[in-house]
Design a protein around this ligand. Structure first.
Ligand SMILES: Nc1nc2c(ncn2[C@@H]2O[C@H](COP(=O)(O)OP(=O)(O)OP(=O)(O)O)[C@@H](O)[C@H]2O)c(=O)[nH]1
Ligand SMILES: [Mg+2]
Length: 198
């Protein structure tokens, strides 16, 4: 749940989902550590990043996931407690776009109704793009998500993704009250259905 502790006005949990190799870990590391490495291996892990937004202190707890579909059941566990989801695909891979759409369906069926979603077309620094921006936007609109093309490598739009999440999550927190306790009963979990990822 979105929670409030003594040092921060809010703690927001955000999960990064998407197919294998789309750059989930790279996006998390770029945002939290301001770094990019060509080759890194990282199993499910999280990073903390704190920011100020409209004079309020926000602590992001950012969860990375592994893109391999074998772990698909695991990531459902992650977004059940998250306030925000980043759904990433690789602009150069049609397959990763299809995978993001499948995951988007699962999110819409299983996650909290007011979860804030943002679709991210990563690796936009590359010229060999196969998924046009307009298709990414259309997909995002269809699942009521924000949309950005990003590059973890060149640091394009990564901060903007998290700014979007912080503003949108804060909006609904303000709508339903600042008391963390009061959030719990007001967040509805939609009916769960099993959906095959591939
Ligand atoms: N050109 C370019 N390469 C990127 C970008 N983001 C990630 N990569 C590269 O893509 C590869 C995969 O990146 P990861 O961050 O490991 O991808 P992942 O989604 O975490 O992969 P899994 O954990 O295996 O699911 C690595 O070689 C990265 O260096 C980007 O924005 N631009
Ligand atoms: Mg990874």
């Amino acid at each position: 749940m979105a929670s409030i502790d003594n040092e921060f006005d809010y703690t927001f949990k955000v999960v990064i989902l998407g197919g294998s190799g789309v750059g989930k870990t790279s996006l998390m590391i770029r945002y939290a550590d301001q770094m990019f490495e060509e080759s890194m291996f990282c199993a499910i892990d999280f990073r903390i990043k704190t920011i100020e937004c409209d004079n309020e202190r926000i602590k992001f707890q950012i969860w990375d996931t592994v893109g391999n579909p074998r772990f698909s059941n695991n990531f459902k566990t992650y977004f059940r407690f998250a306030q925000g989801i980043i759904l990433a695909y690789d602009c150069r891979s049609e397959q990763s776009f299809i995978c993001a759409k499948n995951i988007g369906n699962i999110v819409n069926q299983c996650a909290y109704e007011n979860i804030v979603k943002v679709v991210v077309g990563n690796k936009c620094d590359r010229e060999d793009k196969v998924v046009e921006k307009s298709r990414g936007k259309e997909f995002a609109q269809g699942i009521q998500a924000g949309f950005f093309e990003t590059s973890a490598k060149e640091d394009i739009n990564v901060n903007e993704v998290f700014e979007y999440l912080s503003l949108e999550i804060k909006n609904w927190v303000h709508l339903i009250g600042n008391n963390a306790e009061s959030l719990i009963p007001k967040i509805k979990v939609k009916e769960r259905k099993e959906v095959c990822i591939q």
